[in-house]
Write a protein that binds this ligand. Structure first.
Ligand code: NAP
Length: 483
């Protein structure tokens, strides 16, 4: 922090949210710096490189509203294309010079009216505002399976894909059938001699194909950018309706369930269909969009194993029925630990750490700020509508809200903003009440639930989110002037 009148913001993470925050601060003429643990931008799209990776939000909607890409290749474009998009945006806005790559934030403490942030490189940075843009899906979940270390084939987590391994002709096993496991099955089936998916809980699949845009569609979209805008509006509307479906009982929830059940009924083999049939409501876990998964499972050299995994041994996976499934490669598509929000060691006023403040599960004021943590903002924090709408839309909206908060502080050195405890408690109480009507509490386990079993999602519509995010409600905050 140079000069007392310069208000500086430190952003943690150069993924989709961190870049959006940086661009908004830059446009507002406010100084910022980004600390990024890796050596390039792109967050989840840099870390995940597994075969078949794509985004389950249509690309024309999964891109910044202010930076449309007029040339997406597919409805759900492949991961590398999305990563290229973020790299292009970072370059276009000249953000790279503001990013400290290869540095991890090891702790942050609020003291004397500002944040002191420590990095793995031993630096101590003072910042007036701290924006945590680390996102919920980056700490890998390694399953506790007996004997995992004894496997003599190749073993890796889906977010650590080992591209040096030639998969051709290999016997491949995939543990986990979330969005990640499902997406990789079709491409793996094209190279594996045998492919086995180990399923612990069946998943609902909603059939949406990944359309490739034709040359002429791409040409017309490049010529007429309004077509990209119209496509975006179309998908936004669909997601608004999906958002209603997951948060309220009624027509749209029934429609979603019908689509899933009819698609499941199309699986011809009764035994496979039985294994694929979930015992909970569609939408309770994050719905998976695919038209390739069921046909892949129907291939002769592909198996779906629904017997629980008992242990792993040198040659493969042993299931509860005593069968050894011999494998050359075992992929852990076992997801992430989303409830370890934020960076470790964030200490607010009174020496209270974020971990202590959230001992009973994450509690925020409108997903972004926390009592006791002045000038601290989270993007895509707990209870953001990540199960309802495009996460880029969530980020952009929260970024604008955070900018509005920062604008209240700029020009008044030492001024801090912190939400009132009553405001956070009222928000939490509203959340708990609204959660009762959502599909996420209808009886399943998922990464949406915190350790106490409460969904960390947004239980209202996308419209309500945008309404609440329109601008900070000043009465809900304390604006503290320096002594
Ligand atoms: P996930 O949805 O959390 O799925 C993890 C899978 O691993 C589940 O099937 C889980 O089974 C299984 N599993 C975990 N521990 C296990 C164990 N000990 N033994 C056996 N099975 C175990 O993770 P994900 O598929 O990586 O997806 C996470 C989220 O990332 C998605 O919901 C989505 O938001 C995002 N994502 C998005 C895209 C995209 O297209 N945008 C693509 C990939 C991921 P249970 O169901 O029984 O727990």
């Amino acid at each position: 922090m140079t000069g007392s009148s310069r208000f500086e913001t430190l952003i943690i993470g150069a993924g989709m949210s961190g870049l959006a925050m940086a661009i908004r601060l830059q446009k507002a003429g406010l100084p910022f710096r980004i600390i990024e643990k890796a050596n390039s931008v792109g967050g989840t799209w840099r870390e995940n490189t597994y075969p078949g990776l794509s985004c389950d939000v249509p690309s024309y909607f999964y891109s910044y509203s202010f930076e449309p890409n007029l040339d997406w290749s597919h409805r759900f474009s492949p991961g590398p294309e999305i990563r290229d998009y973020f790299e292009r945006v970072a370059t276009k806005y000249d953000l790279l010079k503001h990013i400290d790559f290869g540095e991890t934030v090891t702790g942050a403490r609020f003291e004397e009216g500002a944040w002191t942030v420590e990095t793995s490189g031993g630096e101590r940075i003072r910042a007036n505002a701290l924006v945590d843009a680390t996102g919920p899906l980056h700490i890998k979940n390694y399953p506790r399976i007996e004997g995992l270390d004894s496997f003599e084939g190749t073993l890796f987590h889906s977010a650590d894909w080992d591209h040096s391994v030639d998969l051709a002709g290999k016997r491949i096993g995939v543990v986990g059938n979330g969005s990640t496991g499902v997406q990789m099955m079709a491409p793996l089936s094209e190279v594996a001699s045998h492919l086995t998916m180990f399923q612990r809980t069946a998943q609902w699949i909603f059939p949406v194909g990944n359309k490739r845009y034709s040359d002429s569609e791409r040409k017309w979209t490049r010529r007429l950018p309004v077509l990209a805008w119209l496509t975006r509006q179309f998908y936004k509307r669909i997601f608004d309706l999906a958002s209603v479906g997951v948060t309220q009982e009624g027509f749209w929830r029934k429609r979603m369930a019908k689509g899933c059940r009819e698609y499941l009924a199309s699986v011809a083999d009764p035994e496979l269909r039985r294994k694929l049939t979930p015992d909970y409501e569609p939408g309770c876990k994050r719905l998976i969009l695919s038209t390739r998964f069921y046909p892949t499972l129907a291939k002769d050299h592909v198996d779906l194993v629904s017997e629980p995994i008992e242990r792993v041994e040198a040659r493969g996976v042993v299931t509860a029925d005593g069968q050894l499934h011999e494998l050359d490669v075992l992929v852990l598509a076992t997801g992430f630990r989303p409830h370890e929000w934020g960076i470790d060691n964030v200490v607010g006023v009174d020496g209270m750490s974020l971990k202590e403040a959230w001992a009973q599960g994450p509690r925020t004021y409108r997903s972004i700020t926390m009592p006791g943590f002045p000038n601290y903002f989270m993007i895509v924090g707990p209870n953001s509508p990540i199960g309802n709408i495009s996460v880029i839309d969530v980020s952009e909206t929260q970024v604008q809200y955070i900018l509005d908060c920062i604008q209240l502080l700029v020009g008044e050195p030492g001024r801090v903003l912190v939400p009132k405890r009553e405001a956070a408690e009222a928000f939490q109480s509203d959340l708990r009440e609204a959660m009762k009507g959502t599909v996420w509490v209808t009886g399943c386990t998922s990464w949406y639930l915190d350790p106490e079993g409460t969904p960390t999602l947004w239980p209202w519509s996308a419209k309500h989110f945008h309404d609440l995010m329109r601008h900070p409600v000043l009465e809900d905050f304390e604006l503290i002037e320096p002594r």
